[in-house]
Design a protein around this ligand. Structure first.
Ligand code: MLT
Length: 315
């Protein structure tokens, strides 16, 4: 049990199983769609804050909390929306839910990859406009094609397993991955350039960090074969959007399936939304009923543990 009953602000929708768990340990305030001003006003009254990817937990938020905020919980894997340096300076622990949505993200990659290969989204839109365009939407096969997985962590590995089941050859680039783990699922680890040169399909599964920001730029696209297909269900910021548009225009990239964007939601006039060769979904990678239940429980437990550590040491 916690020495005091903490106040936990849940700033984005969290499955009820997670809320119930939090309520056993503290006072829970579920307030969604807060403006930055309202979030700043609330954090000075909260011991913990839980967000998904829609809330930017900036230095301003930590400063506004005046030392009260002890734990920030990110209900998902990526913590790129939390200013970790400001958190450390404010003495605030940042925890995430690293496992519960892995399969959901991998399944969404496969959904986008098969949709691109067979023009599912485009053909659906065309038919609903009263058309019957069978020749126009002739697709490409996945079997015997090479899938290059860029970032071979938890999600990348699950994408690999599924792609092997579809008869694809899988290579992966990841400076931190172990050969043994890759070999165990029949994946060859290769250099960044080698992956770029061999992939027919690409699945981007790396976190957004200073070293991966816009790593898919003009120079990366130039190294690819002509007519490749790219799926990004990781973070929008790893692609240089202008370079992607140029690569689509030149035919280097045939199609892209994007679940994530450097700005979310992307501006309504973004060229990424206007093209038939880009299929988009609104950051749905982790959005399955099963994953959201799992993430809610995983993050609630992590936040409670974090509060137990910090509040008992200051009690
Ligand atoms: C993640 O980082 O796990 C996802 O982006 C989760 C989310 O949908 O917010």
């Amino acid at each position: 049990p916690l020495p005091t009953k903490p106040t936990i602000l849940v700033a984005e929708k969290l499955d009820k199983q997670g809320i119930e768990l939090l309520k056993e340990h503290g006072n829970v305030d579920c307030s969604y769609n807060l403006t930055l001003k309202d979030l700043c006003a609330k954090v000075s009254l909260c011991d913990a804050l839980i967000v998904r990817s829609g809330t930017k937990v900036t230095r301003e938020v930590f400063e506004a909390s005046r030392g009260r905020l002890k734990v920030v919980g990110r209900a998902g894997v990526g913590i790129d929306n939390v200013d970790l340096e400001a958190a450390t300076e404010a003495g605030c622990l940042v925890v995430n839910a690293p496992t519960a949505n892995t399969v959901a993200a991998a399944e969404h990659v496969i959904a986008l990859m098969t949709s691109l290969a067979r023009n599912v989204a485009q053909a659906n839109a065309s038919m609903k406009q009263g058309k019957w365009e069978r020749a126009k939407y002739t697709g490409v096969s996945l079997v015997d094609k090479t899938l290059a997985i860029m970032g071979f962590g938890k999600v990348g590995s699950e994408v690999a397993r599924r792609a092997k089941g579809l008869g694809m050859k899988v290579v992966a680039y990841d400076p931190y991955a172990a050969q043994d783990r890759a070999r165990a699922i029949g994946v060859e680890l290769v250099s960044f350039d080698e992956a770029l040169q061999t992939g027919d399909f690409f699945s981007l599964n790396m976190p957004l960090t200073p070293s991966t920001a816009k790593i898919f730029n003009d120079s990366a696209f130039a190294k690819m074969k002509g007519g490749v297909r790219i799926i990004n269900a990781a973070r929008g910021g790893v692609i240089d959007d202008d370079a992607l548009i140029r690569a689509l225009d030149s035919g280097k990239v045939a199609q892209a399936g994007l679940d994530v964007f450097s700005e979310e939601p992307p501006p309504k006039d973004s060229p990424l939304l206007a093209r038939e060769d880009i299929v988009v979904t609104p950051h749905l990678g982790a959005s399955t009923i099963e994953a959201q239940e799992g993430v809610a429980i995983e993050i609630a437990e992590a936040v409670i543990n974090g509060l137990q550590g910090t509040l008992s040491s200051t009690a």
